[in-house]
Design a protein around this ligand. Structure first.
Ligand SMILES: [Zn+2]
Length: 574
């Protein structure tokens, strides 16, 4: 006999067998017991939560020759005919495949004929939101004057797409996601009956991946069983779902929370090597972030919800991370999840997400973490920077008072400490700009993704937050989203060599690469244009006015640069 999928074999035949929809099934049973049957029902809820099963049980129950307490008997001629899909009075329509007006018109024509065998004619329209506007209008006409012997059951996963005029003519039931506990219980029941042993955590992994759908849970269980018929192992469950084990995920997130980018990227590479699915990984991360958030705000709620349990090694971070950091991490992860839908480069997105999360934690800083050395140092840099700026401001005003022009002061190279901003190679950038063309830039941009593909995962992750912003035949300027990443890239000689080598390979030239921070780029470009403008004026032989030229700084240029000229902005880490 051909193998039958678990979800078919275990499809509920009575309301009592329906898992996780107690309110719905109780209400439906009561309406049958009290003989208050409505002409149209709307079953709304996520996929695999029992809508179609309930519709068929209801169709049987209202037609059953010997119903018991509102339940179908499943033995009489009618029940057996429905179970075997041969009762002509129960008509199932999949709107996803029959969305034409014609099919619904057909219903309108035939609806007036009484049922042939059963008491009620039952139309079950699955995925009703898929109907065309014309079909909805036709359906509406039928719903407005339904014959006494007809019952419509409309099922949908997307209630918001069903016209209000339809909804208002139906009795609505909301099917809820089935809790992981209920899903697990059902799987235990099935496995016990089949005398198959299982690892308890394997069932948790399957329940989480099923996302509240029984059909998905049983399909995954089927797949896991195809790996090994006599035992449901955790390893196989992780393999099928693409999920990471608690330990793997905890190791990765610990590295992220401790702002150890290298370690975090290594963990990611390892997860990929083991074939973990990006989407599932990010969903798992979001579940854990939410769990941490709840631990902070209402720990008593955590137990009642069915979030992925926190691995012990992550528990201390509930106190160390701030609420706003967790919110931002959830939002970044969500955003990545959306982007993933349109991409096949899942690994890249996860690497970029890793860099973003670590950066986010580094920039926002935390208090009282054991790994707090880094943020404390950041704070020290900021404080030092502030006092440095104050000192320099005083010097400038003194200089102005002693009659020396600000321009002379600015012409003298000053060293300003700039938080995390590496040295800007202004001369190199100006050289690129002097010879830059649109064509060169678009040529570089075209090969950029392929070029990045040649890098190791860690280096690629770093470069994924960068883009070429200017190019000449001799050099290109690459702007970085984050100051921190720019700094790391600037310090990484191997990366720069690899980049240059690949660039030269792709462009067939010997161009150099200059790195800048994205935020500073508009200011740099504007400075260059002003410089150029000044030089042109000088070339035109215009005598300089007695007053010193006051550079019109763009607002994007940092305050320190405005005050002290921008010849040298240098980072010094003491
Ligand atoms: Zn029956």
């Amino acid at each position: 006999m051909a193998y039958q999928a678990l979800y078919r074999v275990w499809r509920p035949q009575t309301f009592a067998q329906v898992v996780g929809q107690k309110i719905v099934t109780q209400t439906l049973k009561n309406s049958i017991l009290t003989d208050q049957i409505s002409h149209a029902y709307l079953f709304a809820g996520p996929r695999g939560t029992g809508k179609t099963s309930c519709a068929k049980i209801f169709a049987k129950a209202i037609n059953c020759l010997t119903p018991v307490d509102g339940e179908p008997c499943n033995h009489c001629d009618i029940c057996r005919a429905v179970n075997e899909n041969r009762l002509t009075d129960v008509i199932e329509i999949d709107a996803a495949s029959n969305n034409g007006v014609d099919e619904i018109r057909d219903i309108r024509d035939k609806v007036k004929y009484p049922p042939t065998e059963a008491k009620y004619k039952v139309y079950i329209i699955d995925e009703v939101h898929m109907l065309s506007t014309g079909a909805f209008n036709a359906l509406l006409k039928t719903l407005e004057e339904p014959p006494a012997h007809v019952v419509f059951i409309l099922a949908t996963t997307e209630i918001q797409k069903v016209p209000a005029t339809i909804i208002s003519r139906t009795q609505r039931f909301n099917f809820r996601r089935i809790t992981p506990a209920d899903l697990t219980e059902q799987m235990v029941k099935i496995l016990d009956q089949k005398q198959i042993s299982y690892d308890e955590p394997a069932l948790q992994v399957i329940s989480r991946a099923a996302d509240g759908g029984m059909r998905d849970a049983l399909s995954i269980l089927d797949q896991v069983l195809s790996f090994g018929q006599d035992h449901v192992s955790l390893a196989n469950a992780l393999e099928v779902t693409g999920d990471a084990s608690d330990n793997q995920l905890a190791d990765y997130l610990s590295a992220v929370f401790q702002k150890d980018l290298d370690q975090a990227l290594q963990q990611i590479t390892q997860l990929f090597a083991n074939g973990r699915a990006t989407t599932r990984l990010i969903e798992s991360m979001i579940e854990l972030f939410r769990n941490l958030l709840l631990q902070q705000n209402s720990p008593e709620l955590v137990a009642s919800l069915n979030y992925r349990p926190l691995p012990d090694s992550l528990k201390p971070f509930a106190q160390q991370l701030t609420t706003s950091q967790l919110y931002r991490m959830i939002s970044d992860a969500n955003e990545t999840l959306q982007q993933l839908r349109n991409s096949t480069h899942g690994d890249l997105f996860l690497e970029v997400l890793t860099v973003r999360l670590v950066n986010l934690l580094r920039e926002s800083g935390t208090t009282e973490t054991p790994a707090a050395a880094a943020p404390a140092a950041d704070q020290a840099v900021v404080t030092q920077l502030q006092s440095e700026v104050t000192k320099l401001q005083e010097q400038v005003s003194q200089l102005q008072q002693t009659g020396r022009s600000a321009t002379t002061a600015a012409a003298k190279p000053k060293q300003v400490k700039h938080q995390a901003a590496p040295k800007i190679n202004r001369q190199a950038i100006y050289q690129v700009l002097a010879a830059a063309t649109k064509e060169d830039l678009s040529a570089v941009r075209e090969v950029w993704p392929d070029l990045l593909d040649k890098l190791t995962p860690a280096k690629r992750a770093m470069m994924n937050v960068s883009e070429p912003v200017a190019a000449s035949p001799a050099a290109i300027v690459v702007a970085f989203e984050y100051a921190f990443t720019l700094k790391t890239a600037n310090e990484d000689q191997t990366l720069q060599n690899d980049l240059k080598q690949e660039l030269n390979h792709f462009m067939n030239n010997d161009a150099n690469i200059v790195l800048v921070e994205k935020d500073q780029w508009p200011g740099l470009r504007q400075d260059y244009i002003q410089d150029l403008h000044k030089k042109k004026q000088q070339q035109l032989g215009e005598t300089q006015a007695a007053t010193p030229a006051e550079p019109e700084q763009s607002p994007v240029v940092s305050q320190a640069e405005q005050l002290f000229g921008s010849n040298v902005v240098k980072i010094e880490k003491d």
